[in-house]
Design a protein around this ligand. Structure first.
Ligand SMILES: Cc1cc2nc3c(=O)[nH]c(=O)nc-3n(C[C@H](O)[C@H](O)[C@H](O)COP(=O)(O)O)c2cc1C
Length: 182
């Protein structure tokens, strides 16, 4: 059964990112499994830890290694990727030569409470994932605007057009999983 990791770029409780992530899980086809990947517990990476590896790094790397695909759902922090998300990408990319992200199909979903939709974060993340050798869904690009108006009190997306659009993005990711597992 293919396993999709949901990596949430925000580490605050009940973030819009997490709520969007839960909606996206519902759109995965039958037979797919989803797992939210904890990133808020990872100490800030530095190369000394390649010698004395923190146990949480090992757990994180093993968890990512077992995934078949990754969905990144992220806000934008100062026109880029939140530091916690960049740290998680760095932790998974090292020690040199053992990048656990390698070859895993990915979908990027960015959002903001404004019309900007996290465009800067979305494209900075694309740049990093290119180097980490992750085949990323190119179309559709997913920029969610006015996220605070999109989610009901139960955390569900209220706009069915948005649900349909996200479904098309998830379908594109599933297409990549099928292609790369073949
Ligand atoms: C440090 C910081 C920097 C931010 N920078 C941006 C930004 O560059 N662009 C933007 O659209 N929103 C920015 N925001 C606002 C976030 O989009 C907003 O807080 C969003 O709700 C966070 O998503 P979350 O609910 O998933 O945490 C910033 C927020 C923080 C805390």
């Amino acid at each position: 059964m293919p396993k999709v990791g949901i990596v949430v770029g925000s580490i605050r409780k009940n973030s819009f990112s997490e709520q969007l992530g839960k909606n996206i899980v519902e759109l995965l086809p039958e037979g797919y499994e989803a797992e939210f990947i904890e990133i808020g517990n990872l100490p800030l990476y530095n190369q000394d830890s390649d010698e004395d590896i923190p146990a949480v790094y090992t757990t994180f790397r093993e968890t990512v290694k077992a995934l078949d695909a990754v969905v990144f759902v992220t806000p934008e922090h100062n026109r880029s990727v939140p530091a916690a998300l960049k740290n998680a990408l760095d932790v998974g990319s090292r020690p040199y030569g053992s990048n656990v992200w390698n070859g895993k199909p990915a979908l990027i979903v960015s959002h903001s409470p404004s019309n900007l939709s996290g465009f800067g974060a979305n494209h900075h993340l694309r740049q990093v994932l290119a180097f980490l050798n992750m085949p990323v869904v190119q179309q559709p690009e997913v920029y969610i605007a006015n996220v605070h108006e999109l989610l009901g009190e139960d955390g569900k997306i209220t706009n069915q057009d948005t649900v349909g659009f996200l479904q098309s993005a998830v379908d594109a990711l599933v297409g990549l999983v099928t292609k790369y597992e073949a």
